[in-house]
Ligand binder design. Structure first.
Ligand code: ATP
Ligand code: MG
Length: 451
């Protein structure tokens, strides 16, 4: 972190201090997890649904924290700063640290592919200079400030993933980040329960542009609900991207998908032949999005080409698990919504051999959840998937409407059936996907242990 002096922190959070011997002491890190205390850190006691950081304040000091930030005075002589709301204080300190940084910030959101685009953008920008980027999925109103607090004076670029499960969350995080450019990767039916409708999702994601600087660049996907934002972005510089629409500023042509993907990338600064070691049309779209973000803060085409060539698939997101020369499982078990499930089916349809879709439920789809599962079944049928295996409640509909489905009440039963298919079909590609709650990776581990 960019170091701060305690006195500065007291001013930033407008707090009242108690038992602090030396206000000139330097804070090198901010911690919110009492199990991860480092020397000379500041412990912020957050209050969550399941935990209350105040219960660990004393323990944090004993473990080496210099000061704790709390909502109410702790009845002890530990060094503490009392504020109205520790959640707000976390954001205030993060924003201050961000303002000290001279890095160029880019932010991105979307229903699917945020982490994928974030990783690709970071891989490109690492070719240009020191780059901070969101770790894992730290993309909510706690994760984003914690990411900003990891900034160092050396960072020249920062790539920040913004996620939301309620209206206003991205408006808050984007104002902390103040990105030079902001991108919406796509809109799909995800977290419908939190947003009500596709329109609600679009509104929530659109909040990302509220944090843009006056000379900022808004980057939008022409293939996904772009009209809504185009209307609202009249006074901003807007860049567009699309997989194949040549009216977009960034698009691809000459796409060839084998075990890796090659295509010509068209950008306002020229064209480049790209080799991407990932599969799936959606990853081409993600790579184009990442190129636009990176070029918006100065990456050259050579850096884009090198960065994309070095991209790696992220575990659980179309991650190849090879069983032998001719049998492969695509582990896409990290999560699922209607958009990403459809993308996955289209990938499976291009794969060799007997193609098996293994699905768990898609969660958080609200009152129309059944009909979305039915649609996915119909898509599997249309894409001529050879066999669908489902576990869960709603996913039975995917099996049913695919016309080639087998539904199982639990994973062990499904595994038995899949092992039988693996024995029957020497060339086979299996794609495993479901929402986080479906934990479909358990099924892959089970197959691997039994094969
Ligand atoms: P989360 O909301 O959990 O943070 P995310 O938006 O970061 O998700 P990823 O983790 O990159 O997305 O990918 C999640 C799933 O979406 C993966 O299963 C992946 O196959 C699929 N996916 C990735 N990119 C796209 C895309 N552009 N369109 C549709 N599906 C995609
Ligand atoms: Mg993510």
């Amino acid at each position: 972190m960019i170091p701060l002096v305690i006195k500065q922190i007291i001013t930033i959070v407008n707090g009242t201090s108690y038992h602090i011997q030396d206000e000139k002491l330097i804070i090198k890190e901010i911690c919110t997890d009492s199990r991860k205390i480092t020397d000379q850190c500041l412990f912020i006691a957050l209050v969550g649904e399941k935990f209350d950081g105040h219960l660990f304040a004393k323990q944090a000091i004993e473990a080496g924290a210099s000061v704790v930030v709390v909502n109410h005075k702790i009845d002890d002589d530990i060094p503490q700063i009392v504020v109205n709301d520790t959640y707000i204080a976390l954001g205030e300190i993060a924003e201050f640290v961000r303002d000290q940084s001279s890095a160029k910030f880019v932010a991105l959101t979307g229903s699917s592919g945020k982490t994928s685009v974030k990783e690709m953008t970071a891989t490109i920008l690492q070719q240009c200079g020191e780059t901070l980027y969101t770790q894992g999925n730290f993309n909510n109103d706690i994760g984003v400030p914690l990411t900003l607090l990891r900034l160092t004076e050396q960072d020249q670029f920062a790539v920040i993933e913004l996620g939301a499960n309620h209206i206003g969350e991205i408006a808050y995080t984007t104002r902390l980040v103040k990105p030079k450019s902001a991108l919406i990767n796509n809109i799909a039916l995800a977290h419908i329960e939190g947003f009500g409708s596709l329109e609600g999702v679009a509104t929530a994601k659109g909040e990302i542009f509220e944090g843009l600087a006056d000379d900022g660049i808004a980057i939008i996907n022409l293939d996904s609900c772009s009209d809504k934002w185009l209307k609202n972005l009249k006074n901003k510089t807007v860049w567009t991207f699309s997989i194949a629409d040549s009216s977009a500023d960034f698009y691809a042509s000459n796409i060839k998908m084998m075990d890796q993907t090659v295509f010509t990338l068209h950008t306002p600064i020229g064209e480049s032949e790209i080799s991407l070691p990932l599969v799936g049309e959606h990853n081409i779209s993600n790579a184009i999005a990442a190129s636009a973000l990176a070029i918006s803060v100065g990456a050259t085409l050579t850096q884009v080409k090198r960065g994309l060539a070095a991209s790696k698939s992220v575990k659980g997101r179309l991650y190849p698990v090879r069983l032998n020369q001719t049998q492969l499982i695509w582990d896409d078990s990290y999560n699922a919504n209607v958009g990403s499930m459809s993308a996955a089916i289209r990938v499976l349809a291009t794969q060799p051999g007997y193609r098996v879709l293994v699905v768990g439920d898609m969660a958080e789809l609200g009152k129309d959840a059944a009909s979305y599962h039915q649609q996915i079944g119909e898509l599997a049928k249309q894409q001529k998937i050879d066999c669908v295996v489902s576990v869960g409640n709603l996913s039975e509909l995917i099996s049913q409407f695919s016309g080639v489905g087998h539904h199982f009440i639990d994973k062990p039963k499904a595994v038995e059936y899949l092992l039988m298919l693996l024995r029957q079909h020497p060339t086979l590609t299996m794609l495993v996907k479901g929402s986080r709650s479906a934990k479909m990776e358990e099924l892959i581990a089970e197959i691997q242990s039994k094969i």
